[in-house]
Design a binder for this molecule. Structure first.
Ligand SMILES: Nc1ncnc2c1ncn2[C@@H]1O[C@H](COP(=O)(O)OP(=O)(O)OP(=O)(O)O)[C@@H](O)[C@H]1O
Length: 245
């Protein structure tokens, strides 16, 4: 019998479909294949952790699934749009529907917490006539920074900065959020707080999270773990969560 998680997946919408993807860097004699025949289907609301040794291709695959680079071989559909050979313009439009959280938080240092969060709403026409200051404030309150909305990043801790990055990624209610090593620069407790917050908000918004990490302490927040080695997908499933722990 299917468990509740498996049951919910059978009805959930597919947000990313990767089929027979190969990827190469370099040209001529320096051409090197870094992804080999990757097949994956990611559903709406799933929290997927990608893990594996350094150089195994996690970031390359994450950047493809996030529309940060166009695919070279195979087929990759993000929110029903094919990105094989996609133009820069098509990728740019697609990226507005995706939230990004990086290791180094990538906040604008000359903008306050509220301005950093608001910036991601300014990219969307649908928010033009809405009170984006109020929305940014509500989101910062949701990540526990209601009393820091007018602070600049340099006056906040690493964990607080990463929480602003989470607020910025989620404020526009994207269907997909990509996170590359979001806990790498944080201590154990801050890292834990940050991923638990991402998990809570993603579940509330039915948002899919794709997270690349080396941090074994956070694997338990995943619904599914994808393990990569040498550019290949070695294992994929909920059962991997139990094995790794
Ligand atoms: N821009 C690039 N040009 C050339 N080779 C690259 C480029 N980016 C990545 N590579 C190579 O592709 C392979 C996969 O790299 P990738 O960054 O995807 O691995 P990773 O699993 O994310 O590694 P890490 O955990 O160290 O971040 C590696 O051999 C890397 O050297």
């Amino acid at each position: 019998m299917l468990d509740t998680y498996s049951q919910s997946l059978t009805t959930a919408k597919t947000v990313i479909k990767v089929a027979n993807i190969n990827h190469y860097f370099g040209t001529g004699t320096l051409k090197k294949q870094v992804l080999f025949n990757i097949n994956l289907e990611i559903k709406s609301g799933e929290i997927v952790i990608m893990t594996g040794p350094s150089g195994s291709g996690k970031t390359t695959l994450l950047s493809l699934m996030g529309g940060l680079r166009s695919a070279q071989e195979g087929s990759l559909k993000i929110l029903d749009q094919e990105i094989l050979g996609a133009s820069k313009n098509k990728l740019t439009k697609l990226r507005r529907q995706i939230g990004y959280i990086f290791q180094a938080h990538n906040l604008m240092t000359f903008l306050t917490a509220k301005e950093n969060v608001r910036m991601s709403l300014e990219l969307h026409d649908k928010y033009l006539n809405q009170d984006i200051n109020a929305k940014a404030k509500v989101m910062l309150e949701a990540v526990g920074l209601g009393d820091k909305i007018d602070y600049y990043p340099e006056d906040l801790s690493g964990g607080q900065k990463q929480r602003i990055a989470i607020a910025r990624a989620l404020v526009s209610h994207p269907q997909i959020v990509l996170a590359d090593e979001p806990t790498a620069s944080l201590d154990k407790q801050s890292g834990r707080d940050v991923v638990e917050l991402m998990q809570k908000l993603a579940k509330e918004q039915a948002c899919t999270i794709l997270l690349v990490t080396h941090d074994n302490r956070i694997l338990d927040i995943a619904d599914r773990i994808i393990y990569m080695e040498d550019g290949k997908l070695k294992s994929d499933g909920v059962d991997v969560v139990a094995k790794v722990n």
